[in-house]
Design a protein around this ligand. Structure first.
Ligand SMILES: Cc1ncc(COP(=O)(O)O)c(C=O)c1O
Length: 410
């Protein structure tokens, strides 16, 4: 379905810039699952892209205090000076990267950071290299901004990571940006320093290409994986790198809508121009909350990480025990991206053949009453994504149902 077919009312014509953008498959599945739930069916939804934890109390308190102090007006366009300083401290403390406040921008979520950056830099036909599987909004935002997403498939065997040879081959004179996301939504794969180094070496040879990194899952990494951001690895690239982060995943602040980025001053300035004509500034109260989150105690992050790791192990173990499914162990985020190639060609009890990951996700929703998202939604098939940001009891029940449904395929 796309916007054109979706709006067939007489006389109504959507702008051509959104004509090619589909209604998100994730939203479609979520809507179907919600409708089934309303009919009383016990659907378990493993599609959500947000932590099931609550925003920490000290963050909520800071927001209440901000309201009481009258902190309820427009703020500086791209973030209060106090929040920008806290972000500068965060980049220095956690990433070893020095950004001055005028190299920092704050927006209504990391999504608006991406939107501002692409709107402010892409001319018609400019290319953005995006490794697949990718978070669906990346290609859609690039399209809205008039750019062209150059999707590069990254196999499970390669850890869903882009290789230097792939990057080299994807770069053309029209390439404006390379967009990397570590840990990744949807694969959970992450780039360590040794994975990044060869890619950064390629970029050093192509000075017209800028690097955008989405570090929003930075704090959700497991085992002995060491998170690192490219601007820290290769300081010479910092002058053409936009380092994106935000409060949504680390601090369970999805509804507060605060994202931020560090980057070169001229870029930060033009991003503010876009923001000035869209949202004017991020919410004043949310900025006060984000400031508290960044400057406050960070010990709860470890507890939450341990809880996510237990759930990752539960899901990966259960998936790999199913004949026809194989799942690599993700380094981070709260998603698994499992291969279901071994199930294709099998038939459901009603005789329908599972021909694709879309069919498999439909089957799981109807037969197992578990909502997962097919890999096609993220540009790589045949896979399916599970978000394990759900209680362990519900996850166990979901995995039992998936195993039983798979066992019924012949
Ligand atoms: C990879 C990635 N980047 C950015 C975002 C958006 O985050 P925010 O809530 O800050 O807009 C998401 C949300 O799902 C995401 O998965």
């Amino acid at each position: 379905m796309n916007a054109r077919t979706d709006t067939g009312e007489a006389g109504f014509r959507p702008a051509s810039r959104i004509a090619a953008i589909g209604v998100s498959r994730i939203l479609q599945i979520g809507a179907r699952a919600a409708a089934m739930k309303r009919q009383g069916r016990p659907v378990i939804i493993l599609g959500a892209g947000e932590p099931d934890f609550d925003t920490p109390d000290f963050v909520k308190q800071a927001a209440k205090a901000a309201i009481d102090a009258g902190d309820t007006k427009y703020t500086a366009l791209d973030g209060t000076p106090a929040l920008k300083q806290a972000i500068a401290r965060k980049f220095e403390r956690e990433n070893g990267v020095a950004y001055t406040p005028d190299e920092i921008t704050v927006s209504t979520g990391a999504k608006q950071i991406l939107f501002n950056a692409f709107m402010a830099t892409l001319n018609e036909g400019d290319e953005v290299v995006i490794p697949t599987p990718y978070w669906t909004s990346y290609s859609d935002i690039v399209a809205v901004a008039g750019g062209k997403a150059v999707l590069v498939p990254c196999s499970a065997q390669a850890g869903f990571r882009l290789t230097a040879a792939q990057l080299e081959a994807a770069i053309t004179p029209k390439t404006r940006w390379v967009l990397l996301n570590s840990p990744s939504n949807p694969s959970g794969a992450a780039y360590g320093e040794a994975d990044y180094r060869p890619l950064l070496d390629v970029l050093m040879r192509h000075p017209h290409v800028w690097l955008m990194v989405d570090d929003i899952y930075e704090h959700i990494v497991y085992d002995d994986f060491r998170f690192v951001t490219p601007a820290a690895i290769e300081p010479r690239l910092k002058e053409r790198t936009l380092t994106i982060n935000g409060g949504s995943k680390a601090y369970a602040m999805t509804g507060w809508r605060i994202g931020y980025a560090g980057g070169p001053k001229p870029l930060i300035k033009v991003m503010a121009v876009i923001q000035s004509q869209s949202t004017s500034c991020p919410s004043s109260v949310s900025q006060a909350a984000a400031l508290a989150a960044l400057d406050g105690p960070q010990d709860f992050l470890g507890e939450r990480r341990d809880s996510f790791r237990r759930r990752r192990d539960l899901v990966v173990g259960a998936l790999n025990a199913i004949d026809g499914i194989s799942c690599r162990v993700p380094e981070g985020a709260f998603y698994t991206f499992a291969d279901c190639a071994g199930l294709l060609g099998r038939a459901t009890p009603s005789g329908t053949v599972i021909a694709s990951d879309d069919d498999f996700a439909d089957y799981l929703l109807e037969e197992a009453e578990v909502a997962v998202v097919p890999g096609s939604a993220f540009g790589l098939s045949p896979f399916f994504r599970i978000s394990y940001a759900t209680g362990e009891a519900e996850l166990t029940e979901a995995m039992n149902r998936i195993a039983a449904a798979c066992a019924r395929l012949v």
